[in-house]
Design a protein around this ligand. Structure first.
Ligand code: SAM
Length: 255
């Protein structure tokens, strides 16, 4: 029976074989690696990944698609984790994880924040996302796209936009342009925020009113002396501050 794409699950199925091949080449899966695909759907990436791997993990929420995947693949080849990727504990799959997926665009930001939790267990991640989200992920201080997502992800990962993908590559075509991105966790020695909760809170506060000067958004939280010590001019806006300066500021405040 033909599957009718469900909008609420962000179902835009990849149908362009050249894009599928480009993603699988970028991932270059090797026997012995633990690879997990988020949202396998009708298997556009799943099938070619299984050509390279004896076993693949997938996380899928749609019951009809889960039933279909289980019908088509033996459980020792395809390990299907049923449920919401936002609630899935990727930590249960061990270390050196490679995570891939043409992600459901409606939950892409929360999913990226969820995945960042597992950075120490991850080897790399390759995702298809809205191009606009990829632009925000790779934006640097001074760019108008530079925001909380850029800071929090760049703190944990080296991020590389690989290539763009037009709407016609999907069925049904999404309303937006897409792009494929690679994230590689930064070495632990480079993650120097002594209190990561405090770092995350400061970044959230700074970007809560991104048009305002930091001396106003962080009023009562950061003194003029602390701004100066972190190399930040208090009249800057949140989008002007490099990731390292946010880390420096958080470390000045950390006990
Ligand atoms: N990988 C397939 C492809 O490239 O054609 C499907 C990609 S489609 C954009 C997104 C997939 O993620 C769908 O299979 C959808 O059912 C699944 N999905 C949506 N929300 C999910 C969630 N919260 N957790 C796990 N899978 C989800």
């Amino acid at each position: 029976m033909k599957h009718i794409p469900r909008k609420r699950f962000g179902q835009n199925f990849l149908v362009d074989v050249s894009i599928v091949n480009a993603i699988v080449s970028a991932v270059a899966p090797q026997v012995g690696e633990t690879v997990v695909e988020i949202g396998p759907g009708l298997g556009a990436l799943t099938e070619p990944l299984l050509k390279h791997l004896p076993c693949l993990h997938v996380v899928e929420i749609d019951r009809d698609l889960i039933a279909r995947l289980k019908r088509l693949h033996a459980p020792e080849r395809l390990v299907v984790h049923e449920g919401d990727a936002l609630a899935f504990d990727f930590g249960t799959l061990g270390a050196g994880l490679r995570i891939v997926g043409n992600l459901p665009y409606n939950i892409s930001s929360p999913l990226l924040f969820h995945l960042a939790i597992y950075a120490t267990q991850v080897k790399d991640m390759h995702f298809m996302l809205q191009k606009e989200v990829v632009d925000r992920m790779v934006a640097t201080a001074g760019d108008s796209e530079f925001g909380r997502l850029s800071v929090m992800l760049q703190y944990r990962f080296d991020i590389q936009a690989l290539f763009d993908v037009p709407p016609e590559s999907f069925d049904p075509p999404p309303k937006v342009q897409s792009a494929v991105v690679r994230l590689i966790p930064r070495p632990p020695a480079e993650l120097t925020a002594r209190d990561e909760t405090l770092f995350a809170r400061l970044v959230t506060m700074a970007f809560s009113q991104r048009r305002k000067m930091l001396r106003n958004t962080l009023k009562g939280e950061v003194s003029e002396e602390e701004f100066a010590a972190a190399g930040i001019t208090p009249s800057w806006r949140a989008e002007d501050v490099p990731v390292a300066a946010y880390v420096a500021l958080a470390n000045l405040k950390a006990k």
